[in-house]
Design a protein around this ligand. Structure first.
Ligand code: GLC
Length: 537
């Protein structure tokens, strides 16, 4: 583990939507730099920046045309260096997004690859002849809809793309691809970045024989959305292949030499399977995506978290939301209740072994933006009529009341959403102790004060059923989340003399006799007394 990782709190910045310094409506690096003091004040230790590389933006930057530079839309390399240096001066770590599964079709490697079958970079990509009867080489489908293969007319061969046709997959069976990425990593570590978030880290390697994925028994008659079509198959040959771990093993020494983290976007929901990526000399850490798929249901939350902690302990990163998934406040019911639940849930996540991650706006209790279909930008929405896609969670950050919400002086690239109000802004919530912002700030401050109890893997699950999920950390802390069952506040008996270190809502009480009164949809952190009990008089 990097020395700075354990005990840290992460924050995902969706670069396009965080802060625009130029008025062109798109967030940029100088904009982020201007907001670093805010992030430090919030109590964040590390930021993860989504891709800022030169890119045609077919998938908003996840189609990289140059791994070592900055797209002019977001600034310059000098702006990035200034951001890294300033962050370090503020004791903030900077994690960047590395996209090794695919490049843009405009990347010079692909341009060269498609120029001739014997081109130098041809084998950087996955090319196959058509199936014997014609058509794509196998039945694999793209995450974004349609087949995972596009015919290159010039050569008569198909190239593979598990995402858009504009995102051709790299061929990791080719040692030259490994060498190229070692160069990329070395360059970024030498520029001072503190780690990489590895995009679709469970991908990269495919079945050597490119066998068809088995089709599952279809639980739905009309599979029209991309997701449903994708879910029709058991992805046993295109994803989560054993060989992918060797790639991370080979990066590990490089990262360790720079005290940098390898943080995987391992979208594998089985805790044991995920744990394989995080054990030993593979990735240092990986996101637990199951944690952002749970319903507001106590047993589901408890079982999910418990199974992941058992498998991977403090190698987990806990995303509250992300640029690909709805905000927690939306997932958990929306409105003030959704915001309350989001904070309560984050309180528990923040006290589990591992590193909790906020996605921008989570600290404001933000719900997804309500957008009309005409403003769709996400390729998922554009390619799949009727599918909302990921735009609603990517609406720009509302900093302050007024036109452009302090995000931009121009027209934002994506609307804020018709549901965005002044009270959702950072400025409106600042200084109001009952606001999601101030309560999140307080949570992170308390977490920092209690960090020594939270660093280890030591955890006891105190409840194995019921609406309250309670854990004990390091013999000194009890953390409880009341998911609610319609029966009103829960009463939890704790030893007398403990201290309420944090409550996600004002209505949480700790009585002198040690009874914790925890309303539904709230959470609390209680510090158990470490003082030996004196004689009673
Ligand atoms: C990851 C990213 C997502 C992107 C995809 C393809 O899942 O988080 O935003 O579209 O990879 O790169």
């Amino acid at each position: 583990m990097p020395t700075w990782w354990s005990g840290a709190v992460g924050y995902e910045i969706y670069v396009r939507s965080f802060a625009d310094s130029t008025g062109d409506g798109v967030g940029d690096l100088p904009g982020i730099r201007s907001r670093l003091p805010y992030l430090v004040g919030l109590g964040v230790d590390a930021i993860w920046l989504t891709p800022f590389y030169p890119s045609p933006q077919a998938d908003h930057g996840y189609d990289v045309a140059d791994y070592l530079d900055v797209d002019p839309t977001f600034g310059t390399l000098a702006d990035l260096q200034a951001l890294i240096d300033e962050a370090h001066g503020l004791d903030l770590r900077v994690v960047i997004d590395l996209v090794p599964n695919h490049t843009s079709d405009r990347h010079p490697w692909f341009q060269d690859a498609r120029s001739a079958t014997d081109a130098e970079h041809r084998d950087f990509y996955v090319w196959k002849d058509p199936a014997p009867g014609g058509g794509p080489p196998n039945n694999w489908v793209s995450h974004f809809g349609g087949p995972a293969w596009t015919l290159d007319e010039a050569s008569g061969q198909y190239y593979m793309h598990l995402f858009l046709p504009e995102q051709p997959d790299l061929n990791w069976a080719n040692p030259a691809v490994h060498e190229a990425f070692e160069q990329v990593l070395t360059t970024w570590f030498e520029r001072g970045v503190d780690g990489v978030r590895i995009d679709v880290a469970h991908s990269l390697v495919e079945d050597p024989d490119f066998r068809d994925n088995p089709e599952l028994e279809q639980p739905f008659p009309e599979a029209t959305s991309t997701q449903l079509i994708f879910d029709r198959f058991a992805h046993i040959h295109d994803l989560d292949q054993d060989g992918v771990l060797d790639i991370y093993r080979s990066w590990r020494a490089l990262a360790d030499a720079h005290d940098a983290v390898l943080l995987g976007e391992v979208f594998v929901l089985d805790p044991v399977r995920l744990g394989r990526y995080l054990a030993g000399d593979g990735l240092h850490a990986g996101f637990c995506f199951a944690a952002l798929k749970v319903a507001w249901e106590a047993d589901e939350i408890r079982d999910t978290l418990q199974a992941h902690v058992a498998a991977s302990g403090d190698a987990l990163a806990w995303p509250l939301s992300s640029h690909d998934d709805p905000h927690a406040a939306t997932r958990f019911g929306g409105g003030p209740l959704g915001a309350e639940r989001s904070l309560a849930y984050f309180t528990l996540l923040a006290c589990l072994p591992g590193v909790p991650f906020l996605y921008q706006g989570d600290e404001l209790g933000l719900e997804d933006g309500v957008l009309d279909t005409a403003s769709a930008q996400d390729p998922i929405a554009l390619r799949n009529p009727g599918v909302a896609g990921r735009d609603p969670v990517r609406t720009p950050m509302p900093w302050q009341p007024g036109p452009g919400f302090g995000f931009t002086t121009g027209d934002p690239w994506l609307p804020f959403g018709t549901n965005r109000r002044d009270e959702h802004t950072m400025l409106a919530q600042s200084g109001d102790p009952a606001s999601p912002l101030e309560r999140t700030r307080e949570l992170l401050q308390v977490r920092r004060e209690l960090a020594e109890h939270l660093r280890s893997d030591d955890i006891t699950w105190l409840t194995d059923e019921g609406a309250v999920i309670a854990i004990e950390r390091g013999d000194e802390l009890v953390v409880a989340l009341h998911v609610g069952d319609g029966d009103g506040p829960a009463e939890i008996e704790l030893p007398a003399g403990c201290r309420l270190a944090y409550a996600s809502a004002a209505e949480v009480y700790l009585l002198d006799d040690g009874r914790l009164l925890l309303p539904e949809d709230t959470a609390a952190i209680v510090e158990l007394s470490t003082e030996p009990e004196g004689p009673r008089t």
